[in-house]
Design a protein around this ligand. Structure first.
Ligand code: BDR
Ligand code: CA
Length: 310
């Protein structure tokens, strides 16, 4: 099994990423969930992660992480995407998990220290917790197998013309991660915009009938409004589940190994992932840049996996 940590900011698509990971307990050994401020404040994302895991019925340690980016102020305006709660739309229960009194940093260190084999980390929010971990405990790098992240984009941005939200939210933290030498699989906007679910497909998910599928459909109902009304996209863009789906079924994705830098100074391109597609720099190819997905296979994977949950 793949030892896994999910570092997230739920967030509608983060919640679905958590469900997808939980649904594949034959493939993943989910050791911890850490939370970060991003889609909403860290108090809200910490609460949301525990509410979603309560519905899933998975009693995994969940820790509260960084409230603010490493050097900048937090981005504002996310309620237009995820609502005031960070998870507007469905009704969710109060958290009912065994409390974890560690911070995200402490929990990350503990899981990595105890791991016998290197652990995969899947960040689906701003990379602040990871930046802090790598800066403070570089000795633990050898305990990290790879990062499968949702963030960045080659051709486009979604929070500015150039930058994707998770990278722009904490570019310095992202830079520490991209410069770490640890392999990265990047599900950026190039691929996540191809990983959408149409209204009709969402009805198939809902028709699974189990509680988690119905919750996922309700999350998609809310989240898709932004994609239809503001971004004029053909469906609900499931960014964060891509980072988990790649680990589950890499063969449905297409990617290219490239050198990627993070712009931390740009006037127009702050927070952009600078992808050296044609290898101009001859720098180490540190990132597998995913750029395509077999969309029907992705939707099928999601639909069948969600049906396995309660
Ligand atoms: C990212 O931003 C958040 O709104 C989503 O959860 C996703 O992680 C997409 O840019
Ligand atoms: Ca997210």
């Amino acid at each position: 099994k793949i030892p896994l940590i999910i570092d997230c900011d739920p967030g509608h698509d983060d919640a679905i990423a958590l469900m997808l990971a939980a649904s594949a307990s034959d493939v993943f050994d989910l050791r911890a969930v850490t939370t970060v401020g991003g889609a909403q404040s860290v108090d809200k994302t910490f609460y949301n992660a525990r509410r979603v895991l309560t519905v899933i019925g998975l009693d995994v340690p969940v820790a509260r992480g960084a409230a603010q980016p490493m050097v900048r102020k937090a981005l504002s305006g996310t309620e237009i995407v995820h609502g005031e709660s960070g998870l507007d739309g469905p009704r969710l229960p109060e958290p009912d998990l065994t409390p974890c009194n560690l911070t995200a940093f402490e929990l990350l260190c503990k899981v990595l220290e105890e791991a016998e084999e290197p652990v995969t980390i899947c960040p689906t929010g701003p990379m602040t917790n990871i930046g802090i971990l790598l800066a403070v405990r570089p000795d633990l790098k050898k305990k990290i197998k790879e990062f499968s992240i949702m963030g960045g984009g080659f051709y486009m941005g979604n929070w500015t013309a150039a930058a994707e939200f998770n990278i722009l939210a904490d570019p310095e933290a992202a830079k520490i991660m991209f410069d770490s030498g640890i392999p990265i699989i990047m599900s950026g906007l190039d691929v996540t915009h191809k990983a959408y679910v149409t209204r009709e497909e969402n009805e198939v998910i809902r028709a699974n009938g189990n509680r988690c599928s119905v919750l996922a459909a309700e999350l998609i109902d809310y989240f898709s409004r932004y994609h239809y009304e503001v971004e004029h996209l053909p469906g609900c863009t499931l960014h964060d589940p891509c980072a988990v789906a790649y680990l589950l079924k890499p063969e449905i994705f297409t990617g290219k190994l490239c050198h990627v830098d993070i712009d931390v100074n740009g006037q127009y391109t702050l927070g952009k992932t600078i992808v050296d597609w044609f290898d101009h720099t001859h720098k180490e190819k540190n990132v597998l840049v995913l750029h395509d997905v077999d969309r029907p296979a992705f939707v099928e994977l999601l639909t069948t996996q969600l049906a396995k949950l309660r």
